[in-house]
Design a protein around this ligand. Structure first.
Ligand code: TNX
Length: 503
């Protein structure tokens, strides 16, 4: 039986995020097990992209498609990945996709665009492609053309690995899920009062002592520098940039525990496993504080190929404001001296910012001061984008200090309309943070992130003119079987009519 009779063939307009331009031509391309994936010769990374696509559909098709290079024109039945003849106007991550009854051609100026386009191909195959159990083909794709590129350069998610620690395999799983919806930034919140999660060779006790517990008193953990390099390398294959955050001068209790000399009174306090915020501060007047920061940022910068280091800067309630300003200005210079751009939560807007620095908006008007100085913003309004907020009063995990964030709340806002006086060009993009005071497992992560994360992905990628809640809601419902196939423990929100998940 042809797949088109047994399984619904997704329409080109069923994609999340919605593409810029879609033109359906009403026929079917059939992917048989004899199909090949051809990539053009001579462009680095294309074979790896072909293999990524072959691997992604292997579990369900039960056949590993051959990935080959070619210079020949397309032959019937095959998939083509190419950069030649692409429209440079599509930019770093844009792509065009042409599906005829004969073949599928994905074309992009850059490999990153091909990678995003591969996610489109995956989503255009029937949802059961994600089931990871071999099923009979052929697999059908609707014909037509797509021209697509992102609205914002930064489409991120943040994972707090400090309140609770998450192992490499969990972080990689999260990266894979971000990639499926075309996100391109993973911000790792690597330190907080309860835990220090990355080995700094020149200050090893940070990880060894400061990383030895977590909220609730568990055993914590930390990434070795090899682990961290592994995360970065894995993210790179998904065209995702890792942004490391070391929060300071507040949220630093785990550092103060690790080294007595970092405390103003020279006495190291005991480990902390509660969930209060705003009680810790590095010792602003001690020179050792800046030697520590310089060593740590040097090591982190050397390990991090991306252009940014996030220095936190939020909720420094135990640091007097004049000291806070002097401190962040010094840290900004340190970050710059190691060749990186500084990011901080919106509180950093109170200092003289370099225009290469970014401020991350979360709850106040302070971010506007950053814009007034020429710095750009990452938009993470807590009442919309905090994935640790409960969906509604019945959600067991999470908190609600910024209100409940339903699937509709998470979708129905726009970064360029959030702050008065802040316009599209002031914004580099959008990011959804997941704080983990109450989150302990990858299943918890998935429950809070999904399905809200699909909404953030669309806000970051798709033109605002095409975004409508009622239409999105239906489209999201059709992603239920896809998420289920991927094994995602998503929240079956009653706001959505989920399509059935039968295989
Ligand atoms: C505020 S948002 C924080 C975090 C907490 C979070 C809980 C921000 C910059 N700081 O320290 O984990 O609320 O929702």
């Amino acid at each position: 039986m042809p797949a088109s009779e047994s399984t619904p063939v997704p329409a080109l307009k069923s994609l999340i995020p919605l593409p810029v331009l879609v033109d359906e031509t009403g026929k079917i391309f059939s992917l048989s097990t004899a199909a090949k994936i051809y990539v053009e010769t001579g462009t680095t990374g294309l074979l790896a992209l072909g293999n990524y696509l072959a691997d992604a559909i292997y579990g369900s098709t039960g056949s590993l498609l051959h990935v080959l290079t070619t210079t020949e024109p397309p032959q019937p039945g095959n998939l083509y990945l190419t950069t030649s003849g692409s429209d440079p106007g599509l930019g770093e991550e844009g792509y065009s996709l042409t599906i005829t009854t004969d073949h599928v051609t994905l074309c992009a100026p850059q490999p990153a665009g091909l990678f995003r386009g591969i996610q489109t191909i995956r989503q255009l195959l029937p949802a059961s492609i994600e089931n990871q159990a071999p099923q009979p083909g052929p697999w059908a794709i609707a014909t037509g053309t797509i021209r697509d590129y992102p609205r914002f350069a930064w489409r991120g998610a943040m994972l707090d690995v400090a309140r609770h620690f998450f192992k490499l395999q969990d972080v990689k799983r999260f990266i894979d899920l971000l990639a499926y919806y075309k996100l391109n930034c993973l911000h790792l919140h690597l330190s907080d009062d309860q835990g220090w999660r990355i080995m700094i060779q020149s200050w090893p006790n940070l990880a060894k002592k400061g990383g030895s517990t977590a909220v609730g008193g568990g055993s914590g953990g930390y990434y070795t520098q090899e682990d961290y390099a592994d995360i970065i390398a894995y993210a790179k294959t998904r065209y995702i940039t890792v942004v490391p955050e070391i929060d300071m001068p507040g949220h630093t209790h785990s550092a103060l525990v690790s080294y007595a000399e970092l405390n103003c009174d020279g006495v190291a306090p005991a480990l902390y496993t509660g969930i209060d915020v705003g009680f810790s501060s590095l010792c602003i007047e001690k020179e050792v504080t800046y030697r520590f920061i310089d060593d740590m940022i040097r090591e982190l910068a050397a390990l991090t190929p991306g252009p940014y280091i996030h220095i936190g800067g939020d909720e420094a309630l135990a640091t007097p404001i004049t000291e806070y300003k002097a401190f962040v200005e010094r840290v900004q210079a340190i970050v710059q001296s190691h060749g990186k751009q500084m990011i901080g939560w919106e509180e950093i807007a109170q200092i003289d910012l370099l225009d290469t620095s970014l401020a991350q908006h979360w709850s106040s008007d302070l971010a506007r001061q950053a814009v007034a100085q020429g710095a750009r913003l990452i938009m993470s309004p807590a009442s919309r984008s905090y994935m640790d907020m409960k969906y509604d009063p019945s959600t067991v995990l999470g908190s609600c200090w910024a209100g409940y964030v339903s699937v509709q709340d998470a979708y129905l806002w726009d970064p360029a309309l959030e702050l008065q006086g802040v316009v599209e060009d002031d914004i580099i993009g959008v990011e959804a943070p997941l704080w983990t005071e109450t989150i302990q497992t990858i299943q918890d992560i998935e429950f809070m992130a999904f399905p809200r994360l699909l909404g953030y992905a669309e806000i970051g990628w798709s033109p605002i003119a095409g975004r409508h809640w009622l239409e999105y809601k239906t489209r999201l419902g059709a992603h239920g079987p896809r998420l289920a196939g991927l094994g995602v423990n998503f929240y079956r929100s009653p706001e959505i009519e989920w399509e059935t998940e039968e295989k």
